[in-house]
Design a protein around this ligand. Structure first.
Ligand SMILES: NC(=O)c1ccc[n+]([C@@H]2O[C@H](COP(=O)([O-])OP(=O)(O)OC[C@H]3O[C@@H](n4cnc5c(N)ncnc54)[C@H](OP(=O)(O)O)[C@@H]3O)[C@@H](O)[C@H]2O)c1
Length: 301
């Protein structure tokens, strides 16, 4: 019988997509403590300190964030408090207690000026308030302790069993089922990433005691337009839809958004690939796994 105690890991934002994927993964050798926004609020440093002292985790995985890119422009102070100040406070509280913090960043920190995959050494340049807040958050986390880890990811998808879906794949399939016209941008390019893969890489990195900044995305970037076509083809193949409707290619300007978005944020995953010692795999495998599950479990479909 092993006398080794399981490592206790505290996971914030427990109702979110990534936290739910971690719950589903349920890796052996760890004791996972999931806390909701009400139980561990990034806006409440006293509560965070109390929970850290109560649970005494070895690692905190901070999945909590304000992710609605458009709304960040309107709720500027709130989104900054959640994406920048909250992680900064959490990172310091963890550092004071010798707890390692794992935090997630975004591909949106890059402005798209470069046309080859961005590495961890490339200089970010945030072009909207969401990206600026997330960039400030990841810098504060990395600055608080050399043992902290930031994983930048992009176009996360998967099924959240307890929350109505906002994922891009859900939106496209819903439009197809409702017979609505489908338009997708040819001038936004990044790497779709399966949330189950991100959860799994996170735990391998905990075991390897990885620290610093890593890009954590699947292999192979593409445009929203091409991704949309791939989603519809896979959905048809798996019987989720009967026919794959045509997709109209448009540019970002078509949607009349006032928010600036990067046209190219393909993250290179070479550093993480080298750490793990194997390719990270295509998002297509994750998409097929996702399409085999009920897409709207909260509605029983
Ligand atoms: N989704 C993507 O495409 C994407 C892309 C790049 C990077 N990321 C990053 O990846 C990480 C995981 O994203 P995700 O998709 O799992 O996010 P998510 O599904 O939106 O979940 C975020 C969770 O954070 C919680 N939260 C919000 N404000 C909070 C606060 N003040 N204190 C504590 N919890 C709070 C939310 O609580 P409620 O459930 O109560 O609202 C929600 O459960 C985030 O850092 C995100 O920025 C995501």
């Amino acid at each position: 019988m092993s006398s080794q105690m399981p490592q206790r890991i505290l996971i914030t934002g427990s109702d979110g997509l990534l936290a739910q994927a971690i719950k589903a993964l349920n890796p052996a050798g760890f004791e996972l403590v999931f806390l909701t926004r009400g139980e561990f609020d990034l806006l409440n440093p006293e509560q965070m300190a109390g929970q850290l002292d109560h649970h005494k985790p070895m690692v905190v995985i901070n999945t909590a964030a304000y992710n609605l890119v458009d709304k960040c422009e309107m709720e500027r102070d709130l989104s900054w408090a959640i994406n920048a100040t909250g992680p900064e406070n959490l990172a310091k509280l963890c550092a004071q207690r010798s707890i390692r913090l794992i935090h997630y960043g975004t591909d949106y920190v890059f402005d798209g000026g470069q046309k080859t995959p961005y590495t961890e050494l490339d200089q970010p340049n945030a072009i909207n308030h969401y990206a600026a807040g997330k960039l400030a958050g990841e810098r504060a986390v990395l600055g608080a302790d050399a043992g902290h880890l930031v994983l930048r990811t992009s176009w996360l998808f998967g099924v959240n069993p307890i929350r109505p879906q906002r994922s891009y794949i859900h939106a496209i399939i819903r439009q197809a089922l409702e017979g609505k016209p489908i338009r997708a941008t040819t001038d936004q390019l990044a790497v779709p990433t399966y949330v189950g893969d991100l959860a799994s890489w996170t735990f391998t990195m905990i075991q390897k005691q990885a620290a610093g900044l890593y890009h954590a995305v699947n292999d192979e970037g593409l445009s929203r337009f091409h991704w949309t076509k791939e989603i519809l083809a896979a959905a048809k193949q798996q019987g989720v839809i009967i026919e794959a409707p045509s997709v109209e290619p448009v540019t970002t300007a078509f949607f009349n958004s006032t928010i600036r978005r990067s046209t190219y944020s393909w993250l290179s995953n070479a550093k993480l690939t080298a750490l793990l010692g194997h390719p990270l795999g295509s998002w297509k495998t994750g998409m097929e796994a996702m399409l085999r599950q009920p897409l709207w479990p909260e509605q029983g479909v």
